[in-house]
Design a binder for this molecule. Structure first.
Ligand code: AMP
Ligand code: ZN
Length: 491
């Protein structure tokens, strides 16, 4: 198997990847909090880990990819559970909120052609495991109960183990992060953090425990579920770099506190998605939803973009760099994506009977560079640059500047295989363009559009569903909602 190098946030170094068990990789990625629609920043992060998962499979590893669904315990800055907040906003039960946005999340992940994880555990489905872990932490002397809540005793932990190695943050930072001021008098030290919280009478999501009727702290779910499905010690733990502190730092402390074992060997972090040079933020209008990006219904874009163009745009940046989403960048990505897909069509039609040729020695190093670059911390922008070196050769062969008789059959076959592997299997792109076989594409696009519409109806998002129906009507496409299904026809 080819050597793989990854940047490990824990050691702050690029390291040779060595799996714990030969040929097997256990990978845990922090999933979404399902209290609102998935946003493009989330998409960027999950798309990056999808690419890593795909490449590990390509290298020949058997991978168990676990990505959780957070449906309890992730509090807002003012201490309200995000799920309860979503429930009040939408006038639904918290579990209806979780269900609705989990469906929306899965639909969006499918639209972006990402694989499902192998296990997708929910925090609310693992309350028993979390209670057990709290008990282990108490038994080991790193947790204490106070007024029905249980706190992680950071001071006791630091007597035996380092704290802050992943984020480089010091324990004083926890004082700033730990905003549950109303509970400060329950803690032995203000930097302690809650692993079990006693619920108030009006709190919506709560369970029985040895300490109180309450709910688990957010960081705990990932410690409990990664241990359950990947063991105490596994290979890769990932998430966006905004989770390094306190979420991942506290996960490490909890795992060591419960099992005396640091959970993962390699910590991988994706960087943030920006828009027009600034953090995407709903409050100052600097935001765009995936659907707005597809339809073009936003002041930030001049037209709609295919999901594969958006994906191609994001993959042009390394997962550890920020990406700035701009209309100009998307326009350029659209051109690049089309050029790549056109060249693949040309390549498919090329044949050669030559047993050797001068072009082979130009193509071989590019193919080798693609493998090298992907194995060098999943460097997708460099791989895309290599793909365009191949596109130049393909277009040279098409235009007659290069002679197909100078390209051996072996090298041509190898190139076809490598391009297909990188473009479709590893980067996870699809050819979504409408061209020959337009009928099939139209069917595909219509089922995608109707899927988005059905989803928006489930979410009672009538604006989106009406907009889709009205726009289709303008395009002379009539949509009829039957009892069991929705049909469409061109007028
Ligand atoms: P959340 O639903 O907020 O718990 O986030 C789910 C995942 O998306 C986490 O790994 C976050 O780090 C990641 N994430 C959140 N915002 C962004 C962003 N703007 N860019 C990239 N990743 C993000
Ligand atoms: Zn997590």
């Amino acid at each position: 198997m080819r050597d793989l190098f990854v940047y490990n946030s824990l050691s702050r170094k690029k390291e040779k990847f060595q799996s714990i068990n030969p040929d097997f990789v256990g990978m845990y990625v922090c999933g979404p909090t399902v209290y609102s629609d998935v946003h493009l920043g989330n998409v960027r992060t999950f798309m990056s880990f999808d690419m890593m998962y795909r490449y590990l499979l390509h290298l020949g590893y058997t991978v168990r990819y676990v990505r959780n669904i957070t449906d309890v315990g992730h509090l807002t800055d003012d201490g309200e559970d995000r799920m309860s907040k979503g429930a009040k906003k939408d006038k639904l039960e918290p579990m209806e909120v979780a269900h609705k946005y989990t469906i929306g999340f899965h639909d969006m992940m499918r639209i972006f052609n990402t694989h499902s994880p192998d296990i997708e555990p929910r925090a609310t489905g693992h309350i028993i495991e979390q209670i057990e872990m709290v008990q282990q932490i108490i038994d080991n002397g790193y947790g204490y109960e106070s007024n029905g809540s249980v706190y992680f005793d950071v001071t006791a932990f630091m007597k035996d183990h380092p704290y802050g190695e992943l984020s480089g943050r010091v324990v004083e930072d926890l004082l700033v992060e730990t905003r549950d001021l109303k509970n400060q008098n329950e803690k032995r030290s203000p930097s302690d953090f809650a692993i079990w919280m006693k619920a108030s009478v009006d709190h919506l999501m709560k369970w029985n425990s040895p300490w109180s009727v309450g709910f688990p702290g957010w960081h705990l779910e990932c410690s409990a579920m990664s241990t359950k499905y990947l063991g105490k010690h596994f290979d890769i733990h990932g998430g966006g770099n905004d989770l390094k502190f306190p979420h991942h730092e506290n996960e490490i402390a909890q795992n060591i506190g419960a099992c005396k074992c640091s959970p993962a060997n390699y910590w991988l972090h994706t960087n943030m998605l920006l828009m027009n040079g600034k953090k995407m933020s709903k409050s100052d209008g600097n935001t765009i939803t995936p659907i707005q990006l597809f339809t073009g219904e936003s002041p930030h874009v001049t037209k709609g973009y295919d999901p594969m163009v958006v994906k191609f745009f994001m993959l042009q940046a390394h997962y550890s760099s920020t990406i700035d989403l701009t209309n100009d960048g998307l326009l350029a990505a659209e051109k690049g994506y089309k050029k790549l897909m056109d060249a693949i069509k040309v390549l498919e039609g090329l044949t050669s009977n030559a047993s050797s040729g001068t072009i082979d020695s130009e193509i071989d190093p590019i193919l080798e560079a693609m493998d090298h670059n992907m194995s060098d911390d999943f460097n997708s922008p460099k791989v895309i640059a290599n793909l365009f070196e191949l596109v130049a050769k393909i277009n040279g062969l098409k235009g007659g500047q290069l002679d197909i008789n100078q390209l051996s059959k072996d090298c041509l076959d190898k190139t076809k295989k490598a391009i297909s592997a990188y473009v479709y299997d590893i980067l996870g792109l699809k050819d979504n363009r409408v061209s020959e076989g337009a009928g099939d594409h139209l069917e595909g696009l219509m089922s995608l559009i109707l899927e988005i519409r059905a989803d928006s109806r489930i979410k009672k998002d009538w604006d989106t569903s009406d907009k889709i129906r009205d726009t289709l009507k303008e395009l002379q496409i009539t949509v009829k909602d039957g009892k069991d299904d929705t049909t469409w026809s061109i007028n």
